[in-house]
Design a binder for this molecule. Structure first.
Ligand SMILES: *Cc1c(COP(=O)(O)O)cnc(C)c1O
Length: 423
């Protein structure tokens, strides 16, 4: 077959972009070479609908071994009693949970998207807001912390069937125990979506939702540093205690309802090349090296937050407990969109982000979100954080000075040259 130069050249170009810039998008990371090698392997050729030992296709003996290893490693990493590693991504994991637990029109309670929540937690533009009836809690205007009183008040008033916690742009830890106690008062189930902080949770650097929340979903490509994908987990206490009524009225184990909601409920053939890459990433996440890495991610984020505060930037909630932070630019006279564009010209990649109680639209926004998972993989340490924030500040102070942006870009390239990717 003729090599597709067009696409390979573009991949080279993208590699160059990733290598030379400072990657601060909080949801991104750099998967290891072996994770990428496995994701690009012959396993992509195989159909394996079903689960290990219970497939609808022949020739799955090897695939079964691989998927079983992925499941076992995920269980070990999160101390889970049951895991499904097949969801194609985080959104698909949530779709499967909703299909398993809810009927169309059921009430759900989630964290407001504009306060840092995720589209799949009830946004009107997403299936979760179209097919279900969403209610929201958010953060307190003064503290920037989750307003647990409001969560409780809305839950007791509306009696949602499912309470969702977890976020995409919230820099503080969660009180899973409190949320569970609220849910128990109204007989609701709790879903913790730990897509962002999963890596920190897996190594004990943040509160563990698995003992409190009935179901936990995550992506595998953010702080977990695996291939792009999702998974669903259940903690030790729930697999055998929780039965769910099927529409026919039979009682079924929650794990089996979730398995059927992934396949055949919402997906066809699993991506076994990605599942194998998940297994490799989970193996890496169980290592001492990853432990050092994830501790550094958290230290770097704390240092970065301090550097921003020192330069007069407002961080929602005043700091961070995890790998990310949300910066409110309303005192800096620049929108999130303009900051994202100017920083991009200087080789610093961030994403504009709504801040709580934002008066600008989602396309403009008053803030931006940054995280340290990717730059920590590159090898950057606490001493670099202040430098990076200094460069960001130079850009934000002179967003339209193209010559100055070029100068910053040069400094960015010089910093990153010393930390090669995939060499
Ligand atoms: C990233 C994210 C998702 C979705 O993950 P995708 O892999 O992009 O589908 C879901 N929930 C939360 C909280 C996230 O941060």
């Amino acid at each position: 077959m003729k090599r597709d130069k067009l696409i390979f050249n573009l991949i080279e170009k993208e590699l160059d972009r990733q290598e030379t810039g400072i990657e601060l998008i909080a949801s991104e990371n750099f998967a290891s070479k072996q994770v990428m090698e496995v994701a690009g392997s012959v396993l992509t050729n195989k159909y394996a609908e079903g689960l290990p030992g219970k497939r609808y296709y022949g020739g799955c003996e090897v695939i079964d071994e691989i998927e079983t290893i992925a499941i076992d490693r995920a269980k070990q990493l999160f101390n889970a009693s049951w895991v499904n590693v097949q969801p194609h991504a985080g959104a698909q994991a949530n779709v499967a949970v909703f299909l398993a637990l809810l009927q169309p029109g059921d009430k759900i309670l989630g964290f407001d998207l504009s306060h840092g929540g995720h589209l799949t937690h009830g946004s009107p533009v997403n299936f979760s807001g179209k097919y279900f009836k969403p209610f929201f809690y958010g953060v307190d205007r003064q503290t920037g912390l989750v307003d647990y009183k409001k969560l409780e008040a809305v839950a007791l008033k509306e009696k949602p069937k499912l309470i969702i916690c977890g976020a995409s742009a919230y820099s503080r830890d969660w009180d899973y125990q409190f949320i569970r106690q609220v849910a128990d008062q109204i007989g609701a189930l709790v879903l913790a979506d730990i897509s962002h902080p999963a890596g920190l949770i897996s190594r004990g650097l943040l509160n563990d939702p698995l003992p409190y929340c009935h179901i936990v979903t995550t992506t595998t490509h953010k702080t977990l540093r695996g291939p792009r994908g999702g998974m669903i987990m259940i903690g030790q206490d729930f697999e055998n205690t929780l039965g769910l009524k099927t529409p026919k009225g039979d009682l079924r184990m929650i794990s089996s309802v979730l398995d059927s909601a992934v396949f055949p409920g919402t997906q066809g053939g699993p991506l076994e090349h990605i599942i194998a890459a998940k297994a490799v990433a989970f193996g890496e996440a169980l290592s001492e090296d990853y432990m050092k890495y994830i501790i550094r991610v958290k230290q770097n984020a704390a240092m970065m937050a301090k550097a921003f505060v020192d330069l007069g930037y407002q961080i929602i909630s005043g700091g961070t407990d995890n790998h990310l932070m949300l910066i409110d630019l309303r005192n800096k006279n620049i929108s999130g969109k303009a900051a994202e564009v100017a920083l991009g010209k200087a080789g610093i990649t961030v994403n504009k982000n709504m801040v709580p109680f934002d008066d600008k639209s989602p396309f403009v926004t008053s803030g931006f979100r940054v995280g340290t998972a990717a730059i920590t993989t590159r090898g950057l340490k606490e001493k670099h954080m202040e430098k990076i924030v200094g460069l960001i500040d130079e850009v934000i102070m002179h967003p339209e000075d193209e010559a100055h942006l070029k100068k910053v870009h040069k400094k960015v390239n010089e910093m990153m040259e010393k930390y090669p990717l995939y060499k």
